[in-house]
Design a protein around this ligand. Structure first.
Ligand SMILES: *Cc1c(COP(=O)(O)O)cnc(C)c1O
Length: 347
């Protein structure tokens, strides 16, 4: 529950920095990061790269910037990127890769488990022909937000890597919630980054830092990405005050993610037991719960408004679909209270 007594399940982006983060921010050693002189930013970048088993890291302002910088570093004007039709990059980043980078998106259907069918990816790869754009990159999302926050397994990522190698493509993983994926699968995040050329993850979601994402990749790639970040206006100066919170996020917030996943499960099972709501409980693997209201009853917007008036915030995501996301500011007792309120409003 937040300071205003609301149970805010709209997103894990609503998390506030922890007291330890605020202290670290106040005391952070800083310098001009565009000149490469901020020791705290460097420490965060190194820590993140180490965690993911990559050579280097780049601190960026947001997940959107992490994906944009990465894709524009992989691709030139007119190159094509294969990505899921339910991916965040295709749906929620304003088409920035096309608008700002002239990169051509080619969507492949996301299956309900978040994966792209390998045969469909293979078919989408362009042959060498003067009529066609050049396929350059595959973008995967882990966890796959709009597919119930499902985690993509290392074996699947390996298979995509084999395809990419065979067709001379590169792979970017939008790992906004990569640490949730790792927790859901019981593996180290590095295992889920191993087969990607670049990976971005958010510090500002379940890890609760106020700002920022990190892109991790090889050192030559990060050197180019650093140039691209500057061109996009993302060169920050004494950013160590932000990076300091990111360091605390990486060292204190990862091991507790299974709690959020258990709470999401509890919420999903509770919602599934209510008349008029349906939940695909078996798909709830991480901290995201999608649930549907039955046709004929309230719309998603109407139910969300009723819940808001009772102090429970959820996100309508389609006509009859709502989303709830668990995070460290929502305790088990808040989930039980939220379920009680939903039950009363559905009655
Ligand atoms: C949140 C999110 C992003 C973008 O992060 P912002 O920091 O909000 O720009 C990218 N991809 C996925 C899957 C996300 O959930």
């Amino acid at each position: 529950m937040d300071g205003m007594g609301m149970i805010d399940l709209r997103s894990d982006t609503v998390t506030h920095p922890t007291p330890e983060m605020r202290r670290a921010m106040a005391e952070a050693e800083v310098g001009d990061d565009v000149l490469g002189e901020d020791p705290t930013v460097k420490r965060l970048e190194n820590l993140a790269a180490e965690r993911l088993g990559k050579e280097s890291g780049l601190f960026v302002a947001s997940g959107t910037m992490g994906n944009l910088v990465s894709i524009l570093t992989h691709c030139g004007r007119g190159d094509e990127v294969i990505l899921g039709d339910n991916s965040h990059t295709f749906n929620y980043e304003q088409g920035g890769i096309a608008a700002l980078g002239s990169v051509h998106p080619r969507t492949v259907r996301n299956r309900p488990d978040g994966t792209l069918d390998l045969a469909e990816v293979e078919q989408a790869v362009r042959p060498d022909n003067v009529h066609f754009p050049r396929t350059r990159l595959i973008v995967l999302e882990n966890t796959q937000n709009r597919c119930h926050g499902r985690a993509l397994e290392a074996g699947y990522l390996r298979a995509v890597r084999e395809l990419a190698d065979r067709r001379q493509l590169r792979i970017h993983v939008d790992g906004a919630r990569l640490f949730n994926a790792a927790a859901a699968l019981g593996v180290q995040a590095g295992e889920l980054a191993a087969d990607a050329d670049s990976v971005s993850f958010c510090l500002s979601k379940g890890l609760a830092a106020p700002v920022g994402s990190v892109v991790c990749a090889s050192s030559p790639f990060i050197a180019e990405a650093r140039r691209m970040r500057k061109a996009l206006g993302g060169g920050m100066r004494q950013a160590g005050v932000l990076a300091a919170a990111g360091i605390v996020a990486l060292s204190t917030m990862i091991d507790r993610l299974p709690e959020d996943h258990a709470n999401a499960r509890l919420l999903a099972e509770g919602l599934a037991s209510l008349e008029g709501l349906t939940v695909q409980v078996e798909n709830v693997q991480s901290n995201i719960v999608y649930f549907d209201v039955a046709p004929g009853g309230m719309t998603a917007v109407e139910l969300a408004a009723r819940l808001r008036s009772r102090g429970v915030l959820v996100l309508p995501s389609a006509e009859r679909t709502l989303r709830a996301v668990t995070h460290y500011m929502v305790a088990r007792r808040d989930i039980l209270r939220a379920l009680e309120i939903v039950r009363e409003e559905m009655a």
